[in-house]
Design a protein around this ligand. Structure first.
Ligand SMILES: [Ca+2]
Ligand SMILES: [Ca+2]
Ligand SMILES: [Ca+2]
Length: 181
């Protein structure tokens, strides 16, 4: 992996290790689900909230299947980095786990369930996470690659793929950095 990829993978790890304990556990995924529910104002017992919790639980299972190499129920930074750069794109890959979480996150941010993320929907979440209105606007325009004023699930996923590749021209991936700021 190159230096940019290493930095990004470290950042993804730090994002997932919500309590900064140095290892990702089931409780971190529960905390992530709680954070996104709070940031989007989703009612805790709604079907949408339950679906989100399910998705994060599946994400954790996929991550631990892929990267908990010593089977102790935690994924350390070393375990994470050794597996995320693996080209295996199968069912039990770190990327698959993050894709599951990313899709759940997309659905949570899509507050009105119209299948797209509007500028207001993204801004609400990013501002709760500490971004300025300007940073949120920049992130939105970077993610809305076809410029139709909405972020589709495909646009969101392409940004992730670009973030992973970390090549020279990945302005889309850069936009995701606002989410991990
Ligand atoms: Ca482990
Ligand atoms: Ca929407
Ligand atoms: Ca769009």
């Amino acid at each position: 992996m190159n230096d940019t990829q290493r930095q990004r993978f470290d950042r993804i790890f730090d994002f997932l290790d919500t309590d900064g304990s140095g290892a990702i556990g089931r409780e971190d995924f529960e905390a992530l689900a709680q954070h996104i529910l709070a940031a989007t104002g989703t009612a805790p017992n709604s079907p949408k909230a339950r679906a989100l919790h399910d998705a994060y639980r599946k994400g954790w299972e996929a991550l631990s299947d892929a990267a908990d190499l010593d089977g102790d129920g935690r994924v350390t930074r070393q375990e994470f980095l050794s597996r995320i750069a693996d080209p295996d794109e199968g069912e039990h890959s770190v990327r698959r786990a993050i894709d599951v979480v990313g899709q759940a996150e997309f659905q949570a941010i899509d507050a009105d369930d119209d299948g797209t993320i509007s500028h207001d929907e993204l801004q609400r979440v990013l501002v709760v996470r500490g971004a300025s209105g300007q940073q949120a606007a920049t992130a939105f325009h970077g993610l809305d690659t076809d410029g139709d004023g909405y972020i589709s699930l495909n646009e969101y996923r392409r940004a992730w793929e670009s973030f992973y590749r970390a090549d020279a021209q990945d302005t889309h991936g850069e936009s995701l950095q606002a989410i991990f700021a």
